[in-house]
Design a protein around this ligand. Structure first.
Ligand code: ADP
Ligand code: MG
Ligand code: ZN
Length: 477
């Protein structure tokens, strides 16, 4: 039997507001445990939440950029469950009336575009973090994260492969980082996803039983987790068993998924409107203002970069993968050839990022956009060769030094002075009389030999075009 996979994603995005969602504690990752906490985010009795309007603003931007209807009146609800990282025993979320509904994203897989529905986007506060120390037989609770503003973006079950799921996630990631509402730091959990996966006989119109893979936090692991879960479900069905609705965890080391809790153990959240919070309201004026703030998003920038650089989509996609990089390219391309600027990003800069196991965000290094533009211009003018530019690129990237200064202080400028080069060519010919004779007798292949000798002598700085002309001139004498 041929099966078809069906996938729906629930993505949690941390909003990068200065303070938390319901209190004024700093919304910051990495502080010493339990230092960014107060009576609200630790859930002390008698404390009252005060909504952070900036977080609502950011959430509306996400809704607008994903083609949602925005409910200008929406309601916070309590989602009740007990867990040590949630001291007040409920999460403040949204249930009946979420902030945003009925949106969609357009994804691009194998040169085909596809619309993926978004059921809803609601706001909620993040929980704290349990830290387990098995060696000490202890568990700790850090509440710094408690109260971090989140949006949860729930897709329709419209995705049909791990590849489509990753394309959807990357598209969404681009949007929230271009909107500048999320720092995009996936290792720190700023953008994480639960994947719901089921399979059904190809052509069937009903949905199969799904499992939910919890908190997968890299694009690569989402791809792997979904692929192994699809394969596992096929094995289950082919063995004549049924898929059980449950929550599973992906084990990236063993490349498997394992059951975490079954449907029977699922929480009954007993949602009800939070009596401490009045409905969120957004005025028409605010809506109009926020609508006008939506910047250029990756899809439009991708098209523009393809036109500007003449590059095909897969390469241009690398250039728009994060806003910082695409801003960097845009700025450099204002004063230098865009295609050539792009080639340094796709070539040496990508190689260095790979070697350093980091992503392509220029802020990892000191090079400014204007430095890259300068380098392109210097190579264009013939002051240095492309080879030398590639050789010195990493130094420039890391030091942030102006290419002009670097080339001057390292004596790298190309030698284009004909008389200087002419005496060099003559000297080399004198040192190699046999080859010179053969060249004069028509063995033109030897031109390469002489150019090579000159390049060695000048450490690659001789202007090859001038050297060629000079050799041809001298052998005619
Ligand atoms: P819950 O709140 O229990 O997680 P939802 O109905 O809100 O359930 O669905 C959560 C996610 O699961 C959504 O992204 C939805 O698209 C997806 N989903 C629902 N049914 C299936 C299914 N049969 N196969 C795959 N994904 C599904
Ligand atoms: Mg769910
Ligand atoms: Zn607080």
């Amino acid at each position: 039997m041929t099966y078809e996979a069906v996938i729906g994603l629930e993505v949690h995005v941390q909003l990068k507001t200065a303070s938390k969602l319901f209190c004024s504690c700093p919304n910051k990752f990495g502080a010493a445990p339990n230092t960014n906490v107060c009576e609200v985010c630790t859930g002390l009795p008698g404390s009252l939440p005060v909504p952070n309007h900036e977080a609502i603003h950011y959430a509306v931007l996400v809704g607008l950029a994903t083609n949602c209807t925005i409910n200008q009146a929406s309601v916070f609800a309590r989602k009740n469950y007990f867990y040590p990282d949630l001291p007040c025993g409920y999460q403040i979320s949204q249930f009946d009336l979420p902030l945003c509904e009925h949106g969609y994203l357009t994804i691009n897989v194998k040169n085909q575009t596809k619309k993926i529905g978004i059921t809803r986007i609601h706001m909620e506060n993040d929980a704290g973090k349990n830290i387990h120390a098995p060696a000490e037989n202890q568990s700790y609770v850090d509440l710094n994260r408690a109260g971090t503003p989140l949006v949860e973006i729930v897709s329709k079950p419209d995705l049909r492969s791990a590849e489509e799921a990753v394309a959807y996630l990357k598209t969404l990631y681009g949007i929230v980082t271009y909107l500048n509402v999320c720092d995009g730091n996936m290792e720190e959990g700023s953008f994480r996803c639960d994947a719901n996966v089921s399979i059904r006989p190809k052509g069937s119109a009903t949905l199969g039983t799904r499992t939910e893979l919890k908190n997968v936090n890299s694009f690569r692991n989402v791809q792997r987790a979904i692929e192994v879960e699809i394969a596992r479900q096929q094995d289950v069905l082919e063995d004549g068993h049924e898929v059980v609705q449950e929550t599973r965890l992906f084990d990236a080391v063993h490349n498997t998924t394992a059951a975490m809790r079954s449907k029977e153990e699922a929480f009954d959240y007993r949602y009800f409107p939070d009596p401490d919070l009045i409905p969120i309201t957004i005025s028409d004026e605010e809506m109009a203002k926020w609508r006008s703030e939506i910047p250029e998003l990756p899809a439009s920038r991708l098209k523009r970069f393809m036109d500007m650089t003449g590059l095909p989509e897969p390469e241009a996609e690398i250039l728009v993968q994060n806003k910082e990089l695409s801003d960097f390219l845009e700025e450099a391309a204002q004063s230098a050839n865009p295609r050539k600027v792009a080639s340094y990003i796709l070539g040496p800069m990508s190689r260095i990022a790979n070697a350093q196991a980091t992503d392509l965000r220029p802020s990892h290094w000191a090079m400014q956009a204007k430095n890259l533009a300068e380098l392109v211009t210097i190579v264009d003018s013939g002051t240095i060769s492309t080879k030398i530019a590639n050789d010195i690129f990493e130094d420039l990237l890391v030091s942030g030094e102006s290419p002009k200064d670097y080339i001057a202080s390292h004596g790298l400028a190309q030698i284009s002075d004909s008389s200087e080069l002419e005496s060099l060519v003559r000297a080399i010919m004198q040192k190699n009389p046999k080859e010179t004779e053969a060249l004069k007798n028509g063995k033109t292949k030897l031109i390469g030999f002489f150019v090579g000798q000159i390049m060695r002598e000048t450490k690659g700085k001789a202007n090859p075009a001038i050297v060629n002309t000079l050799i041809n001139k001298i052998i005619q004498e």
